[in-house]
Design a binder for this molecule. Structure first.
Ligand SMILES: Nc1ncnc2c1ncn2[C@@H]1O[C@H](COP(=O)(O)OP(=O)(O)O)[C@@H](O)[C@H]1O
Ligand SMILES: [Mg+2]
Length: 217
């Protein structure tokens, strides 16, 4: 399928339904969702708290809490005419797929940094985990580029521990980290809700700038 600007569908969600087992029975958090995301598109999902935005964002990458399951539906990722049925990927295939094709920054991910690991090693571990033996200095060079892109002083931030960063700096660092493997799609789950209003505006502006520059989805 092609949209009005001639772009192709990158991700297609078809009838996705996610349920959780709860003490009172079954809770359907995502109910028969259909969604197409086109290359280069920016898509925002709005909805009141608890309507299923986070559950949907995770289920796209087959991530569901232990008491939940994907009841039905398909998620198809299309690249160079090849279709990948995400929900049928094995654990190992998914691990590779995540970050390199689709990056997701969780809501509340500000606490997902390992507190005893410097920022530079978060970048190095992420890249080496996916690409194998890449030299640290190459990774640092690449990371610096992305950190500067979100207007952080890379030489300073890379040497810091997570707790030394403010909330806004952490969020920007996470965004830089999510871009490091060159994903085709970045899913940001409430990237700004934990931040003050000024920082929120600043991050939205940055995301717009990155999007205009890279055409990333
Ligand atoms: N592990 C879980 N067990 C039971 N219910 C859950 C679980 N995770 C999420 N939910 C419920 O699913 C619904 C959707 O949650 P969520 O996707 O986090 O909403 P939001 O749109 O605010 O991101 C909510 O009613 C929430 O309580
Ligand atoms: Mg949410």
């Amino acid at each position: 399928m092609v949209n009005s600007t001639g772009n192709n569908v990158l991700l297609s969600v078809r009838g996705l339904t996610v349920e959780f087992r709860i003490p009172r029975g079954i809770l359907r958090a995502v109910d028969d969702v259909y969604l197409d995301i086109y290359e280069g598109e920016v898509l925002g999902l709005a909805g009141e708290s608890g309507c299923g935005k986070s559950v949907l964002a995770h289920a796209i990458l087959k991530i569901v809490d232990p008491n939940g399951y994907i009841k039905s539906g398909k998620v198809i990722f299309k690249e160079n005419g090849r279709e990948i049925d995400i929900l049928s990927l094995s654990k190992e295939e998914l691990r590779k797929f995540r970050w390199s094709k689709i990056a997701i920054v969780f809501q509340g991910a500000l606490n997902s940094f390992n507190p005893v690991i410097r920022i530079r090693d978060h970048f190095i571990d992420t890249v080496q985990d996916h690409r194998g033996r890449v030299s640290s200095s190459d990774i640092i060079k690449e990371s610096s580029k992305f950190l500067e892109e979100v207007l952080l002083d890379a030489s300073r931030v890379l040497g810091m521990y997570p707790h030394e960063l403010s909330g806004g700096m952490k969020q920007r660092t996470l965004i830089a980290l999510s871009f490091i493997l060159g994903p085709r799609l970045v899913i940001l789950d409430e990237p700004t809700s934990a931040l003050d209003v000024l920082t929120q505006k600043f991050i939205i502006r940055l995301l717009k700038k990155i999007h205009e520059k890279t055409g990333l989805t």
